[in-house]
Design a protein around this ligand. Sequence first.
Ligand SMILES: Cc1cc2nc3c(=O)[nH]c(=O)nc-3n(C[C@H](O)[C@H](O)[C@H](O)COP(=O)(O)OP(=O)(O)OC[C@H]3O[C@@H](n4cnc5c(N)ncnc54)[C@H](O)[C@@H]3O)c2cc1C
Ligand code: SF4
Length: 474
Amino acid sequence: MNYSRVPIKHSDPVERVKSLDVQTLIPYTLEEVTAEASRCLGCGLCVEGCPARIDVPGFQIALKNGNIEEGLKINFEKLPFVGVCGSVCPHPCEDNCVLDDNKGPVATRHIKRYISENSQNYKEMLGIVQNDLGGHPKVAIIGGGPSGLSTAFYLSINGIQVDIYEATDKPGGMMVHGIPDFRLSRNTVRKETEHVLSYGAHIYYNKKIGRDVKFEELMEKYDAIYIAIGNWKPSKTRTPGVDLKGVYHAIDFLKQINDGKKIDVGDTVAIIGGGFTAFDAARMSLRLGAKKVVVMYRRSVSDRPGYPSSNAEEELEEAEEEKVQFIWEVTPIEYYGKDGKVKGIRYWKNQMVDKGTGRREPVPLKDRKYSIEVDTVVEATGQKGDLSFIPEDIMKKIEITSSGDIRVNQYNMTSYPGIFAGGDITNARKDIISGVADSGRASMGILFYFKDTGKIEKVPAKLINFERGPYAVT
Ligand SMILES: Cc1cc2nc3c(=O)[nH]c(=O)nc-3n(C[C@H](O)[C@H](O)[C@H](O)COP(=O)(O)OP(=O)(O)OC[C@H]3O[C@@H](n4cnc5c(N)ncnc54)[C@H](O)[C@@H]3O)c2cc1C
Ligand code: SF4
């Protein structure tokens, strides 16, 4: 038996940077997916790596036997966004794979993408049995990103009335406003979002809580609230020149482009940062016509966010294939400009110093100053949640972590009974699968809360049941 990983092919980098939506990774064929799924040893270590604890060996066996429907159902038990995670999940499960040190971890994420792309009609294939729990209380969900939508899915298939309030004009959150199309096809997001909403949840668009609807109104009208507003407030640096024309924050930059706006980035773009968002902003800049894109990060390549992981390696490989350049260990001193428009960056070289904090810290070497001429600067320096819509008297009763996120219990309930929260506004990983895992816990928590307050008669043993197949209701 050949234990080597079936290679995942990439599209031609020279061609793909000419388009906003040519996918970087080429899907497996039937032959490839069967061979790759057959490599799974069934040890289950990967399950511990997955934030949602998906039964990875279960769906590998299903795929090995050519049973896509079963593979889809096993994923759906914990994840209504199989195609989304099959495209962009950072796949921590693969970092736990026992084959990782040898011939490459089983390509779990890519196998998941195959399942999604070869499942034409989710609703028909899944045959979900909608539960009747002896009551139909109402839940308001704030935010239509992956976490809000997943909670809406799990609650609506359990007979709960769900209204989602979404600030923008479309569902998906960062799946459509942040992550570029060339990594996550909009068709995949559309297909999975429409499916999730097809079980009865209602979504109000252009309804930002705090701007268009008061939070207090939701408190009066609904029996529970799930806050899934993500992190949308850009954390800009205070680098002199940050307000010059041509200096963007990555969240605004990517949102504008994803909404169809054209941005003239000129020939040279510098990205400040080293995470998911920095890599996406860099690769997007190439697709907008930049001839040179440089990512400038304050730490070293091996101290960047997400490293070490196979996802971080892949991210770097895909960017390097497209000729993105990197300047590691630097701190911008100033964005300088002419006539109000950015012209360049002056920066220090850093030294990475072990200060005993567990992570090496960058310290600028102030005698080593450099500069680079640029037409555009994109700061990918993080973002935070904006909780200003919550009135002060309620906010006082909601515990906040030291990093400004909402603190929740094991069922994602906040310290205010009946108010739950999940996704980027609560979890530290800040990725889609963690937000979806929050939704599973919160949905169960909301049902327990309704049972305790007499709004429903019973709580199901599992959130999801199917008419037929290995997980069918008996
Ligand atoms: C550029 C970029 C690339 C990324 N790449 C990846 C990746 O490859 N893999 C991965 O797993 N994760 C990635 N992430 C992270 C991922 O997108 C998030 O972890 C995930 O979307 C969080 O889901 P969420 O539902 O908590 O919030 P979001 O997706 O942010 O959705 C929140 C929603 O709430 C709405 N909202 C906000 N405030 C209000 C309000 N007051 N009233 C009503 N609605 C409101 C917003 O409009 C939005 O639709 C990336 C993020 C970015 C920015
Ligand atoms: S969702 Fe992500 S972490 Fe979980 S099994 Fe799939 S690829 Fe792995």
